[in-house]
Write a protein that binds this ligand. Sequence first.
Ligand code: LLP
Length: 425
Amino acid sequence: MSALQGNPFLTWRDAQLCLEDQPLAALAERFGTPLYVYSRGAMRTAAAGYQRALAGQRHRLAYAVKANSNLAVLQTFVQQGLGFDVVSGGELQRVLAAGGKAADCVFSGVGKADAEVLQALRAGIRCINVESEAELHQVSRIASASGLAAPIALRVNPDIDAGTHPYISTGLKSNKFGVPHADALRLYRLATTLPGLAVQGIACHIGSQITRLAPYLDALDRVLDLVDALAAEGIRLSHLDMGGGLGIAYSATDDPPSPQALVGGLRERLDARGHHGLTLELEPGRSLVGPAGVLLARVIHTKPGAEKNFCIVDAAMNDLARPAMYEAWMDVSPCVKTATPPARWDVVGPVCESGDWLARDRDLAVQPGDVLAVLTAGAYGMSMASNYNSRPRPAEVLVDGTSVHLVRERETLPALYALEHLLPT
Ligand code: LLP
């Protein structure tokens, strides 16, 4: 299944590639390129898939803001009743600005600054996922000094290989995340004695772009062993947060489990081990927004060569870091079907790095001026974009049936250095 075939919101209508009802080439013309375009319908459908699968189970579904933190995206999920997984004071602030509530947010991350912990407690955060002994003391100190009770869970590192790219694997002993499984009981005991902490749950997150169920079930078993051992000591937890991480189809060879299959597998294991009553929490990011987005880029030049043909487009690694950073495979499609015969191209950006490529060895029919769509780019695209080479970040558009909304304007050049100061002369 190619990313295009797997996405009912992305279709060919005659010669035009459309997202929902909108021909992408026309959006590129209207808003300029590079341009991120997201389908609201695709996001809502993905969230509804999780919600259907979780029905009948005590649950909380928290969208991982880091995947795509545009306010209109967050607002879409607020309206659909989702909570949020945030990893910084900035992400919490965005959720509030989009109309969400701190009481629906979980705060993850290995290094939270004192000011961020205080900000979260004052806002009324639902849970802080604590990732070290030092952080337990930090949260306790800040909570007791401010007279607030901090609801916490410990993020446990289950030492499970999620079978994904090393940079996005998080559940191995060698990763910086979570407290070691072997230390968890001791740290829960400690947590119950520290002032200002209200121990509520347990969390784990083993990685991202996971394409098999087995690592999730292994992690769940390891975490439930702890839940049982804690209950035997009288420490009762009310929720279990299994993190995010579900993969999506970037290419014809990817066949990840559906949210239904993931949730079904987790529920079955919870029931089998007598834990139906635990609130099951999930923190998906990529699977809610990835397939909903495309990055549009216009071909500046074609540069055929002896070894490689380069198709140079106006989007680059600063706009979409995934290929440069993880050698990630992203599908690329022209936005208009033409009679040009296809040739083999490396699609590259204008940034001064050989790692600045978006796709390699693709058979594409392209000419200067054409618009290309990088598919499945709704997650970890704009949220990881930078201004490298003093390139303004792209604009973002959300399509919703026949409506088109500009949800972030293209950055202006003066905005790039607006916070800088010349030296006195
Ligand atoms: N919860 C926690 C604690 C996380 O660290 C993450 C992602 C998520 C939830 C959401 O995971 P998802 O469902 O999106 O896989 N930039 C990389 C992905 C980094 C993921 C970091 N953590 C990429 O572009 O592939």
